[in-house]
Design a protein around this ligand. Structure first.
Ligand code: NAP
Length: 264
């Protein structure tokens, strides 16, 4: 299938690590130009070097996304360098364990800063350019929006709001031929996930407990599988898909739990 992504410019927030890195790599492999916005310039420089060595174009912008001014600058720098924008992947986030019982109101608001507001900021500043290109937005949410996790109110609220905004923006942007979709991962091994696992006494045992409940293949989803869906949604092949929540999770959220964990 020809995705027609050659030379398309796509901003990927948190695009140099974990799922975001997978998305940036997949886009570059399709000939698109990922513009990665994230905290670590070292990490970004390393990836850019690797992309360039393969003859792929990519750009990294050092950014703390909680700042709306920074989100505006990301857009300005992208347009200055490439003169266009075809897609936005809102991906950066952190499962920061701000719970109801253990958290407090100030921490809750800060969690929204880290996880939610920059999805709106980036989409807002990207909109004029996306109108010109009739581009796409993909929001990376999480199963926690639908299943809950416990002890992570700020993150879960942000992930749920991202789904609401996906539908809201899909409707608002119909008139510009901009499609907006969400990808919902469940269990993907990334640096964020490894950090969370390390909070358990026996991380290996915890992984076994989790994967035995993942219906398809009793394994975690790979970041490449999340990236493949996201890249497809950014392509012209997906131009008539909008307002959808795509679960790339081996059936984790929807399939009958009694089927999970059964011997093959
Ligand atoms: P990750 O391994 O921590 O990678 C996220 C990247 O985004 C990191 O480079 C991180 O920078 C950056 N980032 C986060 N917040 C930022 C901010 N405010 N400003 C600038 N950079 C920021 O995380 P991941 O597991 O790939 O998660 C990516 C997305 O998938 C998140 O939205 C997450 O909610 C979602 N998700 C993941 C899973 C999973 O199983 N992994 C499941 C469901 C949903 P630092 O390294 O400096 O923090």
């Amino acid at each position: 299938m020809e995705l027609n992504l050659k030379e398309k410019v796509v901003i990927v927030s948190g695009g140099s690590k974990g799922i975001g890195e997978g998305i940036s790599r997949c886009l570059a492999d399709e000939g698109a130009i990922p513009v990665m916005a994230g905290r670590s310039s070292e990490e970004g420089a390393q990836l850019i070097k690797e992309f360039k060595s393969k003859g792929q174009e990519a750009h990294f912008i050092t950014a703390e996304l909680a700042s709306k001014e920074t989100c505006q600058l990301i857009m300005e720098e992208t347009l200055q360098k490439y003169g266009r924008l075809d897609g936005l992947v809102n991906n950066a986030g952190i499962n920061d364990s701000i719970g109801l019982e253990a958290g407090n109101p100030d921490d809750f608001v800060e969690s929204l800063d880290r996880n939610l507001y920059h999805y709106y900021y980036l989409a807002h500043y990207a909109l004029p350019a996306l109108k010109k290109s009739e581009g796409s937005i993909v929001n990376i949410s999480s199963k926690t929006a639908l299943t809950g996790q416990g002890g992570t109110s700020g993150y879960a609220a942000s992930k749920g709001a991202q789904l609401a905004l996906t539908r809201e923006w899909a409707v608002e942007l119909l008139k510009y031929n901009i499609n907006v979709n969400a990808v919902i991962p469940a269990e993907v091994m990334t640096p964020l996930y490894e950090k969370w696992l390390s909070t358990f006494n026996d991380p290996e045992q915890k992984v076994k407990e989790i994967t035995k409940n993942i219906p398809l293949g009793q394994r975690m989803t790979t970041k490449e599988e999340i990236a493949a869906m996201t890249t497809y949604l950014l392509s012209r092949q997906a131009a008539h898909i909008t307002g959808q929540f795509l679960h790339v999770d081996g059936g984790y959220v929807h399939l009958d739990r009694s089927l999970a964990g059964k011997e093959k």
